[in-house]
Design a protein around this ligand. Structure first.
Ligand SMILES: NC(=O)c1ccc[n+]([C@@H]2O[C@H](COP(=O)([O-])OP(=O)(O)OC[C@H]3O[C@@H](n4cnc5c(N)ncnc54)[C@H](O)[C@@H]3O)[C@@H](O)[C@H]2O)c1
Length: 358
């Protein structure tokens, strides 16, 4: 399956299939330098796939292989500086292509290196997690700072995305469920029918763990994201809808050190609470709690923290002020809206959510 973005220019293909990595041979032909930035865990889990990727360069090309940890410690200034200096030591030229092989961490990080080194070189995303169906598309790249996640970065489109589905088979369940949160978010943005379809396909952990028919939903997720980012690449308007679940999600991710997608799913739940409080929606909170519990999301993390540190983190997240924060709320399934929510409503919704979960 191949999609092509439809920007006015600089479009890129998104190839989603088993063994998509074979496409590298053709894509890498124009470059003098080829830099592989590889997640160590992916190499450990699938050494033969990494070998396959490395063998797609020719003997005339300069191949550089850099390995990174597949966790947030990679998205730091220290690792960024180290990798940039290492590549400059190796005298790479502007005729370089950087290939990110890993999950969202590796893609965000390698993309930021590509966006900034020598004022920008090409890069190809080879996402290896479910979550990265989201992060590899749309061109947001970046690193974290002690003040919060993704606060330093760029909008920088890849040259291609090769979503090789073979990689997904070695994901542990935690990473499957983490990635599923973004797939589910895309379904919620699409509407009630999409929600029903995905909940029916994956009613519980056993169904999700099997990955059966997940590719269909990955494709839908990518299409949903593309439809939004092509219209609003720099997040002036509707791209903000993709932050559904992320304002509270980023805060609890940072505060409780849980996987990104688990935090996003908790953020989606919290968003339903806030919507019921502020917009008089009547979302059935117990439906979502039961569904997320069936899929084994760590909802109990909401009980392990107080509201204040979360509010402090949420206040740092993008365009907020002292009286409250901007967050995406669903007016109904498929109908997102960006709304300024004041601190009282935020706190009350948090307390109500804790009561539901006790
Ligand atoms: N740029 C964007 O638009 C965007 C969107 C959403 C999320 N993100 C970012 O993505 C990151 C999260 O991505 P992620 O969940 O993929 O995290 P990740 O890259 O840390 O991968 C999760 C874990 O799975 C391991 N792993 C990766 N592929 C594997 C495989 N095939 N088999 C076995 N293990 C494998 C990794 O080593 C890591 O331990 C966050 O930093 C988040 O901020 C970015």
């Amino acid at each position: 399956m191949e999609l092509m973005t439809t920007y006015k220019s600089n479009n890129y293909p998104i190839i989603i299939k088993n063994n998509a990595i074979t496409e590298l041979t053709e894509l890498l032909k124009p470059y003098r330098d080829v830099v592989f930035i590889v997640d160590k865990n992916v190499e450990f889990a699938l050494p033969e796939k990494i070998q396959q990727a490395l063998s797609s360069t020719s003997s005339e090309q300069f191949t550089h292989i850099l390995k990174v940890e597949g966790n947030e410690t990679t998205k730091t200034f220290a690792v960024y500086q180290h990798i940039i200096e290492e590549l400059l030591e190796q005298s790479i030229t502007r005729n370089t292509c950087i290939i990110a092989i890993g999950g969202g961490v590796t893609g965000d990080f390698a993309g930021f290196v590509a966006a900034t080194i020598l004022r920008g070189v090409d890069f190809i995303q080879v996402p290896t997690t479910i979550l990265a169906h989201d992060s590899s598309v749309g061109g947001k790249v970046g690193i974290n700072t002690p003040q919060g996640k993704n606060l330093v970065g760029a909008f920088y489109r890849p040259t291609a995305v090769l979503y090789d589905l073979d990689f997904l088979n070695t994901l542990p369940y935690t990473e499957i469920s983490s990635g599923y949160a973004e797939v589910y978010k895309h379904a919620l943005l699409n509407g009630e029918e999409a929600q029903l379809e995905i909940e029916t396909a994956f009613p519980d952990k056993k169904a999700l763990e099997s990955l059966v028919s997940l590719d269909k939903f990955l494709l839908k997720g990518i299409q949903t994201k593309l439809n939004i980012v092509i219209e609003d690449e720099h997040e002036q308007g509707k791209r903000k809808f993709l932050n559904l679940g992320h304002t509270f999600g980023h805060a609890i991710e940072y505060n409780q050190k849980i996987p990104h997608g688990h935090a996003v799913m908790i953020g989606i739940l919290y968003q339903f609470m806030v919507a019921n409080e502020l917009l008089n929606t009547q979302f059935d909170i117990m439906h979502y709690i039961n569904y997320f519990k069936n899929l084994d999301y760590p909802l109990e993390k909401v009980l392990d923290t107080n509201f204040e540190p979360l509010l402090a983190l949420m206040s740092k997240d993008k365009k907020n002020d002292k009286s409250g924060i901007q967050m995406v709320l669903l007016k109904e399934i498929g109908k997102p809206k960006v709304i300024h929510v004041n601190n009282e409503v935020l706190e009350k919704s948090f307390a109500t959510l804790q009561n539901y979960l006790k």
